[in-house]
Design a protein around this ligand. Structure first.
Ligand code: XMP
Length: 517
């Protein structure tokens, strides 16, 4: 394992991802973890992330010098670089000379461990106030900028390396190469971490954990729960039962996809619970978004608990025990709930309205080490079709929170049609991967005047909300081609009765959220 020491501000997650892209397994640890504890994990290398502090700030996080003396290769980035410099006797000045954003870097030792094969002039992403003016003893300065004389230093003998910039961000043109040079050349690590090895490892771990008992999984049709279920199915086969709650708030073709495609690909035992009427009755007369979310979450739990009780009763007759609950928890969820230093944003949603806390199950979380893109790769490895694996995120409460106003069967059917058209056209235009997701929203309480044929209409607007994002925490509206927008608009207004206007949401997040409710 390669440890990424998190000094805050979300850099660590990106670094961990880049390390894995280099096919080396990485984990994030908080900077407050004692060095002895870090070393006890037997890391092959340690990376010190950037962070929001100045090394001169009073409460600046520090590191014990012993980290640099353990013989483990270390790579410091930005704040990590400055910390390394000051800890080992170099000079970092609080010059007030700031560098921010894209900056030209001059490599003075082109053949060095970090920079070999990269251009003498390259663009890097800087974000700092303090500057290193002298490297610690034993280190060679290998790059500089107009503002900082020491923008990179290397010590091959001790296997210690550092750069002032952020190699992990896209804007650093040769950042990934420099990171890989550290891992492969500096630390001598073989790139061997693959999705095949993840699947093998997890299958063995799940078998060991579950033994001969039984497990259940709430399947939503989304990527995470599907891949989690598929990997558990591979491990324990018939001992797994999936429960799919059909709440009537799905998109067109969604239930069929879960029932047919997923079962065909995995052979999993599936229990489908038809609960449409129950959900619609509970939602009748409600337009407040938070209230809708609560009702959907509550009903989901009730239906799931009922299904689970039935399964337990069935299993009981056979003398087996249903003791495990499969969840598609991902690595960012773990990091956000305390795996890191706690500076990262905390997500306000949970899966499918949130399963009960007091549920008497042990959790099986086969994806807890993985990032979203890795989950997709594992899904493909497991033979799941692209229609499942490449799906865009869809909220647990479904179309229930994409109707502004009361949720009724008629409105759901109307929105399902509009949404299906938008999805069809986006797919046909090859935009599925470029667009993170495109909620289609029905403004059920708004009406506007239109003209169709020779007649006046008084219909509802549909909102298109295409967004680009890396992780849904922040997002920007997607600048998508006008022709595609035109096709979607024409088709929706022609084919969906009651809709006479299509509008485009051009708000980033923040200030808007991705969903309208
Ligand atoms: P917002 O609207 O907060 O959404 O910008 C961020 C991401 O989360 C999805 N989302 C949910 N996912 N349960 C979920 O599983 C929910 O209750 C929920 N609400 C929003 C949303 O689609 C976007 O990807």
């Amino acid at each position: 394992v390669v440890l990424v020491v998190d000094f805050g501000a979300q850099y660590a997650q990106l670094i961990a991802r880049r390390v894995r892209e280099a096919r080396v397994y990485s984990e994030i640890v908080p900077s407050t973890m004692p060095v002895a504890e870090m070393l006890a994990k037997n890391p092959k290398a340690i990376i010190l992330s950037g962070g929001p502090s100045s090394v001169y700030a009073e409460d600046a996080p520090s590191l014990d010098r012993s980290l640099f003396e353990a013989g483990v290769p270390v790579f410091g980035m930005c704040y990590g670089f400055q910390l390394m410099a000051t800890t080992l006797g170099g000079t970092v000045d609080n010059t007030g000379a700031r560098e921010y954003g894209r900056t030209p870097l001059t490599v003075s030792r082109p053949g060095s461990t970090l920079f070999e094969g990269t251009p003498a002039e390259q663009s890097v992403w800087m974000s700092h106030g303090d500057a290193c003016s002298a490297a610690p003893e034993g280190f060679t300065v290998t790059a500089s900028t107009d503002v900082v004389p020491v923008a990179a230093f290397e010590n091959d003998e001790k296997k210690l390396y550092g750069v002032q910039y952020h190699p992990e961000v896209m804007h650093s043109t040769h950042g990934q190469q420099v990171l890989e040079h550290f891992l492969y050349r500096g630390a001598g690590i073989e790139p061997s971490w693959t999705t095949t090895s993840v699947v093998e490892e997890q299958v063995a771990a799940i078998r060991a954990q579950v033994g001969t008992k039984r497990a259940i999984c709430a399947l939503s049709g989304g990527v995470d729960s599907s891949v989690a279920a598929a990997i558990v199915q591979k491990a324990i086969g018939e001992q797994l039962t999936c429960v799919y709650v059909d709440h009537g708030l799905q998109r067109k073709g969604e239930s069929e996809q879960v029932e047919k495609d997923f079962v065909a690909a995995t052979g999993v035992q599936l229990k489908v619970v038809d609960a449409e009427e129950r959900f619609l009755t509970a939602l009748a007369g409600v337009s407040d978004p938070e209230q809708k979310r609560k009702i959907i979450g509550r009903e989901f739990i009730r239906v799931f608990e009922q299904a689970q009780a039935e399964l337990v009763a069935e299993a009981g007759a056979e003398g087996e025990e249903v003791a495990f609950l499969v969840q598609g928890t991902l690595y960012p969820d773990i990091v956000e709930s305390g795996g890191g230093t706690g500076t990262a944003n905390i997500k306000s949603h949970h899966n499918v309205g949130g399963l009960p806390d007091d549920i008497e199950f042990q959790l099986v979380e086969p994806l807890r080490q993985l990032f979203k893109d890795e989950v997709r790769m594992v899904g493909t490895e497991l033979g799941l079709p692209d229609a499942i694996v490449q799906r865009q995120p869809f909220p647990g409460p479904g179309l229930g929170i994409r109707i502004v106003g009361e949720v009724t069967k008629e409105r759901l059917d109307l929105l399902r049609e509009a949404d299906a058209i938008a999805r069809e056209e986006l797919t046909a235009a090859g935009l599925d991967r470029e667009i993170w997701q495109c909620p289609v929203v029905l403004l059920a309480d708004v009406r506007s005047v239109g003209v169709q044929g020779d007649g006046r209409t008084y219909g509802h607007p549909i909102v298109l909300r295409p967004v680009s994002s890396e992780d849904a925490m922040t997002a920007d509206w997607t600048r998508m081609p006008y022709e595609v927008l035109a096709r979607i608009s024409t088709r929706i207004t022609n084919e969906v009765a009651e809709v006479n206007r299509v509008v485009l949401d051009v708000t980033s997040k923040p200030p808007g959220t991705i969903e309208w409710e």
